[in-house]
Design a protein around this ligand. Structure first.
Ligand SMILES: Cc1cc2nc3c(=O)[nH]c(=O)nc-3n(C[C@H](O)[C@H](O)[C@H](O)COP(=O)(O)O)c2cc1C
Ligand code: SF4
Ligand code: SF4
Length: 251
């Protein structure tokens, strides 16, 4: 089973492609997380966990979902991490997660997709994004072949900096950057409530017609990039930047 978490669609795209190639089921962990449901799943085929990279690791909300869930049947686990640049060295933490779950760790596949982190960096425009998505496909196809053949994902070369990014920098990242205080709306907000529906952590509530952010944000970018009126800003940091959404996988 392909289980994914996605803020702006990159990981959903990768997961849908893998499900298509492997003839496997696709499950959106974000829906379960939003409904505060613990995973209780069974699969005859290997587990393939697909998610974005947050500070060179899987998002904590997603690894917590895996850690706290029941995944019966096949006990092989593959990980696919989409990223804007690189995934660092998540292998150690993911192997440890597999040990806790009783999974056999079959490796991590790095898939470079468009950057979506617009509260800190910038997302590419539509044309550039389409080019990046197209260039990610061969790696995903190769990954699908490895899973189908029951082979490990190839080992990645890892340097000292990768180790540092996925350990110390990741630890520092959460308290420093994973906040939602700076989210606000402009006068273009029409109170449609889509942001409230999109937030996988139920961190947005409409008071009357005004969206208000709580303190459970994981910085997934679903709200700011999904608002149809582009009415959400993150202080001044997001001003004038393109909003990013990966198109649905169409085969
Ligand atoms: C909070 C946050 C942290 C991120 N950290 C990294 C990172 O460490 N390395 C990287 O290459 N990309 C990083 N990115 C970019 C995303 O991992 C990348 O765009 C991913 O494909 C988004 O997937 P999604 O559309 O499924 O949410 C980060 C994005 C966000 C929102
Ligand atoms: S999705 Fe956008 S327009 Fe709709 S309520 Fe949220 S901020 Fe306002
Ligand atoms: S508030 Fe926005 S960025 Fe934060 S978790 Fe919810 S949808 Fe994602």
């Amino acid at each position: 089973m392909i289980v994914y978490f996605s803020g702006t669609g990159n990981s959903r795209y990768a997961a849908a492609l893998l499900a298509d190639r492997l003839g496997d089921d696709l499950l959106d962990a974000g829906v379960w997380i939003k409904e505060k449901k613990r995973a209780d799943l069974t699969s005859d085929k290997p587990w393939v966990f697909v998610g974005p990279t947050y500070a060179w690791q899987l998002p904590r909300v997603f690894s917590d979902f895996i850690r706290g869930g029941l995944f019966a049947g096949n006990q092989e686990a593959y990980f696919v991490m989409t990223c804007g640049e690189d995934i660092g060295n998540p292998e150690k933490e993911l192997s440890a997660l597999c040990r806790v779950k009783g999974f056999t760790f079959r490796g991590v596949l790095e898939v470079v997709m468009p950057e979506n982190y617009i509260t800190l960096f910038s997302a590419p425009d539509k044309e550039e994004a389409a080019r990046i998505v197209a260039s990610a496909r061969p790696g995903l196809e190769e990954g699908a072949k490895k899973i189908a053949a029951g082979e490990d994902f190839p080992e990645r070369s890892i340097g000292f900096v990768d180790k540092l990014k996925s350990t110390l920098v990741n630890e520092m990242f959460y308290p420093m950057f994973v906040k939602s205080k700076a989210f606000c709306v402009t006068k273009d907000c029409n109170g449609c409530g889509l942001c409230e529906k999109l937030c996988p952590l139920n961190n947005i509530e409409l008071e009357g017609k005004e969206p208000l952010w709580g303190d459970r944000c994981t910085q997934c970018m679903a709200c700011i990039c999904g608002c149809p009126k582009e009415a959400i800003e993150y202080g001044r940091r997001s001003k004038g930047k393109p909003r990013y959404q990966c198109p649905e996988y169409q085969g």
